[in-house]
Design a protein around this ligand. Structure first.
Ligand SMILES: NC(=O)c1ccc[n+]([C@@H]2O[C@H](COP(=O)([O-])OP(=O)(O)OC[C@H]3O[C@@H](n4cnc5c(N)ncnc54)[C@H](O)[C@@H]3O)[C@@H](O)[C@H]2O)c1
Ligand SMILES: [Zn+2]
Length: 680
């Protein structure tokens, strides 16, 4: 680049980085991932290094980011609070360690204090005569915000130091952070209330500490680890204050720990720079197990005398560096959205992303879950998004970078028919997901539909287990439940791993399954939310299958147990052309007797009102209800003077007392079983 091009770029970078700093430090709402910010900062530094004349005094590379918000009173730090330089690779670490040695003209080994890089925000705590008198944020390094009231609510920060061996004035520095569990709980509750969520624990901690209402801060469960000393003073002389301190950074932290200031348990003293790599690896491996978020490690020259020799540059000490982990968040573009149909017919939007290396792998897809999630994110095709992949967790789209929205962005349109089988797609009341209604035919739902069809409570096909269903579908021998009955001995015997005996078994099982009952057949179709009881109720009400197929929602709702949702599921199922095809094939192959209208003597409990209470142990409540209804009884939910019988199972409560008060006849479960058996 020519010098003038460099100058233009530097100007653009200043503007961009300042804008990002404002969003990150002042608003606690970053708009791009850290990795992107870090790249911009590195680009700026590399131009400034190549052409020092372009390194202006007000360059973001020369400043500590952030500024004190006017809503808090300001604190001028007695000793500035600096940032840290950072390295991202073993080579960069080696270069840092070499610079330190060269500067110190040292031939011997150099001890390093190794610490996790806590992902929170820096605070300075001032103790006078052992009492916490002031707490401040870093701000721009020189002036921070007075957040004493909020810091006092953090349980792990002592309001009074332990013991009496401390200087008159002690200013310590450390990180306030939000443990992962608190962060997850906070975001979950915000999501539930439809409030804004925090991008990460760092922003959540910063946002909580800068609450104007300390009651809110108190609820946020923040924590603190101390990582350094800012200033000490003894009334008589300043040197005495310094004398109190050990000459090792690590020992100083231990000193502070004795005073009751929490120290991160992972901090370790390394005897030489060569131990850095294994500490870094160890912490990276432990990262997911730690209760708090970290984004790397920090290495500090341990000897305070050496630290003093090395000194500072504009925004960071020369004696320490952060050695950061590879990014878990990155920016990429949403190229398109595909719709996948799950095995139960749920339709999931899947983001097709411009492939991006994040969290150690290349990611090109991410689930968008459902329509609600798409609305929450406000995402459009061609948008730039922040994608996160942490640990083994599947990649997530965290947010849309609205300021980068291209003109060609377009809305995500959900399909109105299933992308696999073309059947209608519906969204049930109270559900976030869309579903395909072609249950019997849909290629995506095929295996589940056939497994259900042949399961024990449905047609109970001997010799046909789940594994075999999968094999039959995989080998393309069947596509729908009706195809099962077209299997020949030859088809089956040519299948891999299929012995003659199993083949015979299956064929005879299929022959047997052709005759069934109406309730079992209805249940076997696998209509959403039509379980065994509902299937039996439908059969008893409509008496034959043809009537059920054409029933409208209104009539369906007359059936016990069938509400609006189930009625809709049933009509939608029977409206799909593909389902109709499969069903009529099944009707031509299979047979079952119609249910006979029961004559008066077959309905011996006609118009008797039953109430069931307590736990029944010999049959389910729904089963008891269906059997009673088959005999003409009505089953009600509450006791009244009109109730004829109360069936009291185990642990029957208030209904039993009420029935006794009203003089209602009471049956035990055994008596009910006997009654039902008598009329079968
Ligand atoms: N996404 C964005 O838009 C955006 C904007 C600004 C900054 N950032 C992020 O913030 C970084 C710069 O922020 P910064 O100046 O606060 O520096 P930093 O977070 O990279 O490092 C300095 C800070 O580390 C913290 N720290 C954690 N553990 C520590 C330990 N053991 N010892 C000492 N300090 C420890 C302290 O708070 C200290 O102030 C960037 O690299 C970027 O990742 C992102
Ligand atoms: Zn489908």
């Amino acid at each position: 680049m020519s010098s003038s091009a460099n100058a233009t770029r530097v100007q653009a970078l200043h503007q961009l980085i300042n804008q990002l700093n404002h969003q990150y430090y002042d608003l606690d709402e970053p708009s791009v991932p850290d990795a992107e910010y870090d790249r911009l900062m590195r680009e700026l530094i590399s131009i400034e290094t190549a052409e020092p004349a372009l390194r202006l005094l007000d360059s973001p590379s020369q400043k500590v980011g952030g500024q004190a918000l006017k809503s808090f009173s300001q604190v001028t730090h007695q000793v500035p609070m600096l940032s840290l330089d950072n390295v991202f690779s073993a080579d960069e670490w080696q270069a840092f360690a070499k610079r330190v040695k060269d500067r110190l003209l040292s031939k011997s080994t150099i001890k390093y204090c190794a610490e996790p890089k806590l992902d929170g925000l820096a605070v300075s705590l001032r103790y006078e005569n052992g009492f916490l008198v002031q707490a401040a944020t870093r701000g721009d390094g020189a002036v921070g915000e007075n957040i004493t009231v909020n810091v006092r609510t953090i349980k792990s920060i002592p309001l009074k130091l332990t013991g009496d061996n401390y200087p008159d004035i002690l200013e310590v520095r450390g990180e306030v952070f939000m443990p992962k569990a608190s962060f997850n709980a906070l975001n979950a509750s915000a999501l539930k209330k439809g409030e804004k969520t925090f991008a990460n624990p760092r922003n959540a901690a910063a946002g909580s500490l800068r609450q104007l209402d300390s009651k809110v801060a108190a609820k946020r469960n923040l924590a603190f680890y101390v990582y350094g000393i800012g200033y000490v003073e003894q009334a008589s002389s300043q040197t005495l204050g310094e004398q109190w301190l050990e000459n090792s950074h690590y020992q100083r932290l231990c000193q502070l720990k004795l005073l009751g200031l929490p120290m991160c348990p992972e901090v370790k003293l390394l005897s030489d720079a060569s131990e850095v790599a294994s500490f870094y690896q160890y912490i990276m491996q432990e990262r997911d197990n730690l209760s708090y978020e970290i984004d790397g490690t920090v290495f500090k020259v341990d000897d305070i005398a050496l630290q003093k020799k090395l000194g500072f540059v504009a925004r960071a000490p020369r004696w320490a560096t952060a050695y950061k982990f590879p990014a878990q968040e990155e920016t990429t573009q949403l190229l398109d959205v595909d719709f996948q149909v799950g095995r139960t017919g749920a339709i999931t939007p899947v983001a097709r992303l411009n492939p991006i290396f994040v969290g150690g792998v290349t990611v090109s897809n991410a689930t968008l879950h459902n329509q609600d999630e798409i609305e929450r994110l406000g995402i459009k095709i061609n948008d730039f998004v922040t994608i996160r992949r942490a640990g083994d967790v599947i990649p997530q789209i965290v947010s849309v970078q609205l300021q980068k929205r291209p003109e060609i962005s377009r809305d995500i349109v959900f399909p109105i028919t299933c992308p696999v089988c073309d059947s209608a797609v519906v969204k049930a009341v109270g559900e976030a997901v869309l579903r395909c209604t072609g249950g019997l035919y849909c290629g995506a739902q095929r295996k589940e539909a056939i497994k259900h069809f042949s399961s024990r409570k449905a047609l109970d096909i001997d010799g046909l287990g789940d594994k075999l269903v999968e094999q039959l579908v995989d080998e393309n021998l069947i596509k729908t439940p009706a195809d099962l009955f077209k299997l020949t001995e030859l088809d089956v015997s040519t299948m891999a791993r299929m012995g003659k005996k199993s083949a015979d078994n299956l064929i005879s099982g299929l022959i047997k399954a052709r005759s069934t009952t109406l309730p079992k057949f209805i249940y076997a179709l696998g209509i959403r939310e039509v379980g065994e009881t509902t299937a039996a109720n439908l059969a008893n009400y409509f008496l034959n299958f043809s009537a059920i197929k054409v029933a409208n929602e209104e009539n369906l709702q007359k059936v016990p147990d069938v509400g609006a949702v189930v009625a809709k599921n049933i009509t939608q199922f029977f409206q799909q052309d593909h389902n109709i095809e499969v069903v009529s094939e099944l009707e031509s192959i299979m047979s079952w007797p119609d249910i006979k209208v029961k004559s008066a003597e077959q309905q011996p409990l006609k118009d008797k009102i039953f109430v069931l209470t307590g736990t029944l142990t010999q049959m389910g409540r729904n089963e008891a209800k269906a059997e009673l209804q088959a005999l003409g009884a009505k089953v009600s939910g509450s006791i009244s003077v009109k109730t004829d019988f109360l069936v009291a199972g185990e642990k029957a409560g208030s209904k039993l007392t009420k029935a006794q008060d009203l003089g209602v006849d009471i049956l035990t479960e055994d008596e009910l079983v006997t009654l039902l058996a008598k009329h079968k």
